[in-house]
Design a protein. Sequence first.
Length: 407
Amino acid sequence: MNELQQITEAFKAAQERGEAVALASVVAVSGSAYRRPGARMLISDTGVRVGTVSGGCLERDVMRHAGRSISSAKTVLRLYDSLDEDLSEGFALGCNGAVLVMIEPADAKVEHHMQFQADCLRQRRRGVIATVHGVPGTDANADCAPPSSVELGARVSLIEGGTLRVTGIAPGALREALCAAVADALVQGRGGSWSRTTETGTVSVLIELLTPPLRVMVFGAGQDVEPLVSFGHSLGWSMQVVANNGGFGTRARFPRADVVHLGSPADAVATLKPDGDTVVLLMSHNFPLDVAALCALAPLQPRYIGLLGPRHRAQRLLDEVSARGVSVDDALRARIHGPVGLDIGAETPAEVALSIVAEINAVLRQRAGGCARLREGPLHLAAGPDRHLRASHTPAQDVVCGLSAHA
């Protein structure tokens, strides 16, 4: 279960228990930061938290302000800034970034966001949600509720095949423009920062693309599949195990798998219906079964196909599939990774599983998978213009992990 799922379920559980909660969201980042825009943490009035907004240095302060947000029923903006070099030596840990966090009490706008997440997960569809984090007349680190046609924390969302939903924005040109931006983001398949200048000032918005959990179909149920399923589950992936032998493919052996399917590869493909967004791993250690699986999968063009074994086995597998009349074109070959996994010197089943999971993540993020220290440029791509975030001109108060929290 990934963080998005955990927060969604925790919010629902808190509602059922009648607990008051606040939602803290990273809405903008400048420079280096541990978490990117869209990272969230849910905090209950009992002190329970789910999710993170940093590597651990901001959570304590955010939780304190979450309590104030809950009691006052007001949204709070907090800017944590380490771009200022004039920090005391004892706290200058070198993050060199600024993080803007919006802390909201659970109201109609937060409920809109949580319902959107739940719907995307349940329907397994992509969606886009826009969150307003800057409205005319607001400053970071102040309780914000000025009169405006758009509320701080207003949401606009759209799920594939659905209709636009708006909370906190009055009808008008701004609402129409933001709705159009959300619809375009869904078509383009990417989010980012968005702003619009109005007669009273600038409205700042974070637009996020949400995708359903990655679906990973593993054909095989050997010992090397067990750690793979565990790693994938920890990342929030939907793990599906296909076993041809009922003695190996038992639910008890794969408690973290979402599906354990017993049957032939062709039957599994017909039943589970993988698509172009599915990751497939052929790990049966049985050449005829791998051939049958790839014959059934090839016309569907899965996003990634990992083949266990040496390079010559992968080529032999493709030759056999082609000999059976199945098209093995360049598009299919581009999706095939054989031998599967990053070259990390893996030997044990757990190490092999680690290399496979790492390569899948690298491929999906369009990275080569090398050492981070050798990469030129930032590790994280900016969601929008990398500009210095500004707070109100008041003295810095709290200093945590080299970040000065202006108030």
